[in-house]
Design a binder for this molecule. Sequence first.
Ligand SMILES: [Zn+2]
Length: 754
Amino acid sequence: MRVCSALSVTMHCLPIALVLLGTVSLFTSCYGAPHSSTVRMVTTEKTQTKPNSTMVTPGANGTMKPTKYGDEDLGEPILNERRMRLSEEKTVDKKANVTAKKKVKVVKTVKVLKKPKTESPKAKGKPEEQCPPLGLESMRISDYQLRTSSIKRFGLGSHRGRLNIQSGIYDEDFYDGGWCAGEANKKQWFEVDARRLTRFTGVITQGKNSIWTDDWVTSYKVQVSNDTHTWKTCKNGTEDAIFNANKDPETPVLNLLPKPMVGRYIRINPQTWFENGTICLRAEILGCSLPDPNTVFLWEHEPQPTDKLEFKHHNYKEMRKLMKRVNEECPEITRVYSIGKSYNGLKMYVMEISDNPGEHELGEPEFRYVAGMHGNEVVGRELMLNLMEYFCLEYKKGNPRIVRLVTETRIHLLPSMNPDGYEQAYKLGSELSGWAIGRYTYQGIDLNHNFADLNTPLWEAEDNEQVPHKFPNHYIPIPEYYTLPNATVAPETRAVIDWMQKIPFVLSANMHGGELVVSYPYDMTRSYWLAKELTPTPDDSMFRWLATVYATTHRIMAEDNHRICHNENFIRHGNIINGADWHTVAGSMNDFSYLHTNCFEVTVELSCDKFPHEVELPTEWENNKESLLVYMEQVHRGIKGVVRDKDTEKGIPEAIIAVDGLNHDIRTAIDGDYWRLLNPGEYEVTAKAEGYHPSTKTCRVSYEDRPTICDFYISKTPKQRLRELLAKGGKLPKELMLRLRQIRNRKLKLSSPK
Ligand SMILES: [Zn+2]
């Protein structure tokens, strides 16, 4: 999920925050954003800012002499565990230096974890208590399964009492961040109908998510029932058990029941609440459904995945192990390499899948998926691991669709762009990491705001009518300030930029979580003072198609009436949105990708829950499997070909491919091959290169899912031939000399003052 930029904070949230909340941190409440608890600090002194000479070179994208990424030896014993432990200690230290309020939060989180009663249900030695969440957060529990004693208003109804649900931030927003009771007394309750007999083992609560007021419950009782008439209160010995709950609105607090209780319904019955607030909460319930052969409720109607994949959360070590295993099982089509290291020294591994791993093949497009740039949005990471396993298995089985993808495409999967952030969220686990912990890098950088802003220089040049004659409409160079030693550029960002420049990627998607929508560039508003504004690229129709392809094949997004995640309804727009029209982000990866390289990239918000419990992972795979494949296949849409020298037939790198009517060119790769994503239609396409006569032809793109081949043979200008001959010290052929003399004479005549 994206966060509103500093700009929109200023525009919308800051004044409110200042007026109503006094000292509340600037970034605590804004649109899906870090509602407290995570530190958003931007340090410059520790940023590794070795200026990278390749970064300023425009036109190096994928046309550089391929400095090949070496294969990774995944077997080596790595000290990363120790390194992570060290970094954890450092995190606490470092965070202690930040604002007082945040410091308190971090300490609280740690305290909560230390209490034995708040131990993760996954803790060892308690196998009988390993019950997963019923799914209030993941939406497995429907609105109809939630009831309450009273509500303050509909926007704060029972359906809002879900862990991590987010409020709107605008005045007109209807939905708010939690359930709030209509009255403030000890008779209020929040009820969940599990729809079948369940062994309840624990309750997790949070306060209300809001930029307006502070409300949370400080203690509660728990009751269980089979019929909603007779209720049994959870006891501690002979007394009613009273559970200590929240101390702030955001940190989730888990209470395990002293003894599991069996029933169909469970109630949270608040006893005390924050003195300046009222009864508001968000919750998740832990429980295991009991075997019930007579169940009439088809609540588990979701098909179970048939693919035998490793459905679990993989930390860094486990991720590396899985990648190693896939590589060993399918060495002929896979290769693991690393594109760099995180701030804490964790490697950023990529799985390459291709019939010729390690090599760019002439005419074969390169595709990438990037996941985990926000470390706590973990679905993408697991989907990438599932996907590599799936490719290996299905390729061996001879699944024709997979074989075709592998032979015709070079696929790169980066499961974890922010490995440090992930480890932080992973340690707290899916239920207790809250909404923001692990989003940022160890340095506190939001990677999706950390790429060079190329939109501003392009739009300025456009406003001055310099495009494309004085300023390019593509391959925008990285501004100098971004390459200076004191620029705040994360090592993770630097590694990805390097990667983008080395490989001629054609298509990509950037996997996020916390919403259900696909957003496409631009991500930044053209009117810089606006927090949101429709800002299409010249390739808008193609981007809309790409986003639609993913959204319409995603199993939940494709449902007409699926439950909205938080406060925004993307359904009526087909679950796609222009990034800038959602909320502006400057320095996003998508915009950078489009403006600095040939690659088209969209953002996929994969699920409402950023860090779903392990039990949800098979469902997430089923929800996304078809979308992941069909989106990849789009890399074969449009036209492709090779631009060659007419005489030598050698491919020409850096040749420009311009499509009439589209103010965004792309360039050929090192061997002269190019790919231009285009919707079906007829296009006038021009190939031009320095020292060559341009050549134009009509290329027709059909509705079929294979590209139209449009090759170009272009010939050198006489001037260029002369230059090359002279450079070689050779003699000019007579014919060429005559031609040059003619041209020179004509020019002289034209320019003579007479
Ligand atoms: Zn995100």
